[in-house]
Design a protein around this ligand. Sequence first.
Ligand code: IMP
Ligand code: MG
Length: 172
Amino acid sequence: MDEIKVLISEEELDKRIRELGAQISKDFSGKKLHLISVLKGGVFFTCELAKRITVPVTIDFMSVSSYGNAKDSSGIVKIVKDLDESIMGKNVMVIEDIIDSGRTLSYLMDLLKTREPYSLTLCTLLDKPSRRTHNVHVDYTGFEVPDEFIVGYGLDYAQKYRNLPYIGVIES
Ligand code: IMP
Ligand code: MG
């Protein structure tokens, strides 16, 4: 078993997600929102956030892979599962767990733009800005995190630890 140190507690996550939900509800007041949850890591955050958004919400899922079963990026972005529904003319918000190099999201946002949504925004639970190599415009961020390998709340290490209710760092 790996030693895991708590970086962001369940209470802190809950408080910040409520704030984000309130902000998004205000910004999209009178409109509808179509959330695109990025599998698998973004799912935990998507559910918690969606419950705190008060405007009408629909949800779709997409799976994009750029990491293998390692702590390092393979450098390849691949669509593993595409959306079920068209996003044309919708207020689309992509929900992601973490933005690291930015490679995955810069690719995904460019791709979604070509499908002509009415608006396209990005909400990430975590941002590791020190690691950015690809430019991505982030509209809503939960927390900035240091350059450490993060697990929990959807984030995995070799598919483990997604179910931790807090954000942690593996102590090596
Ligand atoms: P990017 O393309 O480098 O921005 O990486 C994005 C994806 O890599 C995220 O959606 C995560 O799935 C994964 N990732 C990046 N950093 C971490 C981390 O610290 N822990 C777990 N997964 C990570
Ligand atoms: Mg991810």
